[in-house]
Design a protein around this ligand. Structure first.
Ligand code: SF4
Length: 282
């Protein structure tokens, strides 16, 4: 494979628009970030098998998000696709505790965080001008354990980016304690279940430090082939595993194991160490 010089990599790093997905790739595996976002390498292998089931699950997820967008824009829902009916029913049964009257589906936000422009698109933002704000994220995958969600870059970046950008994008400043992130799960075992993360000033400070360490590490990468994750279980769901010599068999759809995700506390320690070292490699 043709691997560009690290100087070219570095140049491209500055042009990328960072979001939770890209940074999650980097935290999961620096090599995956490099292959996907710097080299724009095609995916030689499916992420999960059977492929047709994985593609169908992704397609259903996209269509459910479109349905939610339509609903929250106040557009008429005359007929729901039968394939989405169980999720739609679960949504109608659930009573989300949302503040105020303003509802903004597919809401785009951007903010400078630790010197880097970060972007996010919330599935739904609900708020009362001058008051509390709730970010809702629709999940059509299996329910993810809370302790795993707590470590995900999405949980770190979404509330932070809202607090940092509120004056501009909402027209009033929002304190961390006014922000809540809700994950809503359509699927089994409990359709309509939620996980709720209330934000705080302490968490904001912690998350800023963590993101700063992640970004410093990303921009300090100075090798042609970025390091492969040491957690090889992650590779089972990665489309690049044949390029990395990490197996050819995909994991089964729905087989996700929470243990494949790095522990956030552990990561924070690693990043702190990385920030203090010139030659440390993730
Ligand atoms: S297969 Fe594993 S090592 Fe290779 S890019 Fe994917 S996660 Fe990283």
């Amino acid at each position: 494979m043709n691997v560009p010089a690290s100087a070219q990599d570095r140049d491209k790093r500055y042009r990328i628009r960072y979001d939770q997905t890209k940074l999650q790739d980097f935290v999961d595996c620096p090599r995956r970030f490099q292959l996907r976002h710097l080299l724009e390498q095609d995916w030689p292998a499916p992420a999960a098998e059977p492929l047709v089931d994985a593609e169908r699950a992704a397609d259903l997820g996209r269509r459910f998000h479109l349905l939610m967008e339509r609903y929250w824009r106040g557009l008429p829902i005359r007929q729901v696709d039968p394939a989405l009916e169980p999720w739609w029913q679960a949504f109608q049964r659930s009573a989300l505790d949302l503040p105020g009257t303003v509802r903004r589906p597919e809401f785009n936000v951007a903010a400078m965080i630790e010197g880097q422009r970060m972007t996010a698109t919330f599935d739904l933002l609900a708020f009362e001008p001058g008051g509390d704000a709730v970010i809702v994220d629709w999940k059509t995958t299996r329910r993810t354990p809370r302790y795993v969600l707590d470590r995900r870059l999405q949980t770190i970046i979404y509330p932070l980016i809202l607090v940092e950008s509120a004056s501009r994008c909402l027209g009033y400043p929002v304190a961390p304690e006014q922000v809540t992130l809700i994950y809503w799960f359509a699927g089994e075992p409990e359709p309509g279940a939620t996980e709720i993360f209330r934000y705080s000033a302490a968490r904001q400070a912690d998350d800023r430090r963590f993101l700063g360490a992640v970004l410093r590490r990303l921009f300090s990468m100075d090798v042609d082939a970025w390091p492969l994750t040491t957690n090889e279980r992650i590779c089972r769901w990665c489309q690049y595993r044949s390029l990395c010599g990490r197996g050819v068999e995909a994991a089964a759809l729905g087989e996700e194991n929470a243990e494949v995700w790095p522990d956030l506390d552990e990561l924070r320690g690693i990043m702190a160490e990385a920030a203090a070292s010139d030659d440390f490699v993730l």
